[in-house]
Ligand binder design. Structure first.
Ligand code: ADP
Ligand code: ZN
Length: 718
């Protein structure tokens, strides 16, 4: 899509003499680009009429709502991204713009054309077959059967042989607010009532639904969804992970009688087109989707729900770097909507906003089923280590044995894909690393490959050490889920297992099948990565073992403690969700005395938050201060380093702003690009965007392979 800040864009605007935001096709040089007619800037210079160009086509689509346009501008300004890039997300509508979108049908309506090419003849033959009289053809169908290009059909329509008729639009099914409402517990009912009241009051508001795992947060916000439907308005429900949507969709269907409109990267271009249009026309009433669903052109959005609001999957790490939870709040404020954030482990940012009264906090302290919260214990790996080459310590083995005896499920959690994260030569000490990234290659035994988790570089698993060329000297070090699964198969032969790891279940369908086998209780031991940590409800799951509780603590990320706390609480929170299934969470750790570990085991969230908030306040870290990351990369190290240093020199001096670095990035090399990082740290009251814009004007130009990326409110520090 054209960057709509350009001159061509202004030209198109004046040519259209329009004030509505209509999608159009524009000539830009020799190309045709999809654009959107914007309002002319009040201070725009007059355009030379000779430079005006004519719009090629005005799409038969509803104009982008005014609030979508303001939202695009806001996001672009905040993230320092080109407006066109944000707009591109908004307009990523699959087949909507393609001329063969199945919107039009073709019916044989006139005599054969004067010029009858072989292609045209074949089309006419197909359309005149027995039983084909009066049929309205889809262009693609007709073209495929006759083996011709779409152009042939167009030609026949132009000649009047075929008539173009509009196909009836299918409206998505309408969720019914009163289809099957649950009987809420007293606490739930109070919470639901309060949310509905907020919604009915109208205007912008943010509510934080803070409820323990299994408290029924979903049922509660479904009541607000029902209320928004009764008000005749649209609803957006954002989920961090599409793997989650399977269970969610069926649950939604049970409550509302039909599925919501889905929106994420795995839907087909045709479905995208239909959904995009249905959202724009207001016919799609409830959208459930990933972060990109926030950019759909809702005609009348009334409610935005962000489920698992603490989840870092809401942060987009390429192109426009935005956090969908934060942008949902912005979208809500621009559209005067109610926003509801739900989590059992709310982000520190949201907790602070609730504490200072900016967000309303709705607390659900108990599990709906009456089940107790799982009992948590740390397993000190120094005192009771697993045997050599094994990863499950004796106390955890015992707990799993007991769980199996009771006929219940156990889950082993390890946030690491593959078999082993590192392969070392016993003879020469060589570590097998990625040639393009500064990380080791991870062995994936089921594929007999070693692969880089950053760039995808892959080799067949080597038989010889690449360095000393000895045979049989390579040893895998450390565990990945595959290796833990191997240990499980050895320890508990014949027991049904399931592995939930994104690379082992590559398609959404396969993933949903595995999740189904877990939810039904068929799989008795589940081995999973963070895929299992999120939102699932597995009724028979009793015991959760965290294989490496220290994994996410050791990183230079200011949110490392928070993230570990959230992850471990969420994973162990999968256990014992039904009454009669006693939940047990066992965390293997080398650091049982670490405050985060202590807080997790004690189940003392408030104490953890209190300490963490204090720490962030003192350190001036978010949400008490602002951060922006600047990542410089280039094909050679000196280039990257030199430029990073030049950027630091060019940084404007400003009060309450510190520019830290440059330093070599922890991931110093990714995809053959050397990386340096700078960090801007500023007080909360500083206008970070203004500062960065000023800096941008002073930065030396990016020559050669150099690239500079700005990351406002960073969540990644590698
Ligand atoms: P959370 O999102 O807080 O972890 P869920 O909304 O997934 O909790 O609820 C946990 C389980 O309890 C789900 O199986 C849900 O269907 C059930 N549940 C919660 N509230 C009710 C209710 N009022 N009536 C029936 N089932 C409920
Ligand atoms: Zn790599």
């Amino acid at each position: 899509m054209a960057d709509l800040l350009g001159e061509d864009f202004e030209t198109a605007t004046s040519a259209a003499q329009a004030r509505t935001t209509v999608p159009v096709l524009l000539p830009i040089g020799p190309r045709k680009e999809i654009g959107v007619v914007w309002e002319r800037a009040p201070n725009a210079k007059p355009v030379d009429p000779r430079k005006l160009k004519t719009i090629v086509e005005r799409f038969d689509l509803p104009p982008l709502p005014d609030v979508s346009r303001r939202f695009a501008e806001w996001v672009a300004r905040y993230t320092l991204s080109p407006r066109g890039m944000v707009l591109k997300m908004m307009m990523s509508a699959g087949d909507v713009f393609s001329p063969d979108a199945p919107r039009w049908g073709y019916r044989l309506a006139g005599p054969p054309p004067a010029r009858l090419t072989p292609g045209r003849k074949r089309v006419l033959e197909v359309a005149s077959e027995v039983g084909a009289a009066g049929v309205i053809w889809q262009k693609s169908d007709l073209a495929n059967r006759a083996g011709v290009s779409y152009g042939v059909i167009d030609g026949l329509a132009e000649a009047g042989t075929f008539q173009r008729v509009e196909l009836p639009r299918t409206t998505p099914p309408q969720p019914a607010p009163d289809h099957a409402p649950p009987t809420l517990s007293e606490g739930q009912s109070y919470a639901a009532h309060s949310l509905c009241e907020t919604l009915n009051a109208g205007g912008f508001s943010v509510s934080l639904i803070d409820g323990v795992t299994g408290s029924g947060k979903t049922e509660v916000y479904f009541e607000a969804v029902a209320e928004a439907l009764r008000l005749g308005r649209q609803v957006l429900i954002m989920l961090p992970e599409i793997a989650l949507t399977g269970q969610f969709l069926s649950r939604f269907e049970r409550r509302f009688g039909c599925r919501p409109t889905e929106w994420h990267s795995s839907i087909s271009p045709g479905e995208r087109a239909r959904s995009w249009r249905a959202v724009a026309e207001g016919e799609a009433r409830v959208v459930a989707g990933a972060r990109s669903a926030l950019f759909l052109p809702y005609r009348d959005l009334g409610l935005i729900v962000v489920d698992e609001e603490h989840d870092n999957a809401f942060k987009q790490e390429d192109n426009v770097r935005y956090h969908a939870r934060d942008m949902a709040v912005v979208r809500g404020s621009l559209g005067k909507n109610a926003v509801m954030l739900a989590s059992a482990t709310p982000s520190l940012e949201s907790v602070v906003n609730a504490q200072n009264g900016r967000y309303r906090q709705i607390v659900l302290p108990q599990r709906y089923s009456g089940a107790q919260m799982p009992e948590l214990t740390a397993i000190d790996l120094r005192a009771t280590p697993p045997e050599r080459g094994r990863w499950i310590a004796p106390p955890l083995v015992e707990a799993i044995n007991e769980t199996l005896e009771r006929g219940q499920q156990s889950l082993l959690f390890l946030n690491r894909r593959g078999y082993a994260p590192l392969t070392i030569c016993r003879k020469c000490g060589h570590r097998i690393e990625c040639p393009q990234c500064s990380v080791t290659l991870v062995e994936h035994r089921h594929r007999a490959e070693i692969t880089c988790h950053h760039c995808g570089f892959t080799l067949p698993s080597p038989k010889l050490c690449p360095k000393c060329e000895n045979e049989g000297t390579l040893v895998p070090c450390g565990p990945g889920v595959e290796r833990v699964a191997e240990e499980v198969a050895e320890r508990w032969p014949g027991v049904e297992t399931a592995i939930l790891s994104s690379d082992l279940v590559p398609t959404l369908k396969a993933l949903r099948e595995v999740i189904g086998r877990v939810a039904s209780g068929e799989a008795r031991i589940i081995i999973g990565t963070q895929l299992v940590a999120k939102g699932h409800h597995f009724p028979l799951l009793a015991t959760v073992g965290v294989v490496d509780g220290d994994l996410s603590l050791a990183s230079g990320d200011p949110r490392a403690a928070e993230r570990t706390f959230q992850l471990l609480s969420q994973v162990t929170g999968r256990a014992g969700r039904e009454d009669g299934v006693k939940g047990l969470g066992l965390v293997q750790t080398h650091l049982p005395e670490h405050p985060v570990m202590q807080a997790i085991v004690a189940g003392d969230r408030d104490e953890f938050l209190r300490r963490e908030i204090e720490f962030r306040r003192e350190a001036g870290m978010p949400p008490f201060g602002r951060l922006a990351g600047v990542i410089v990369s280039a094909k050679t190290k000196p280039e990257a380093e030199h430029h990073a240093k030049a950027l630091a020199v060019a940084a404007p001096r400003a009060e309450k702003v510190a520019v830290l670095g440059p330093a070599e990035a922890p991931l110093a090399l990714i995809r053959g690009r050397y990386r340096y990082r700078l960090m801007v740290k500023a007080a909360r009251e500083v206008d970070m965007q203004a500062y960065l814009r000023e800096w941008l004007t002073r930065m030396p130009p990016e020559k050669g392979s150099l690239r500079v990326v700005l990351d406002v409110d960073p969540y990644g520090f590698m």
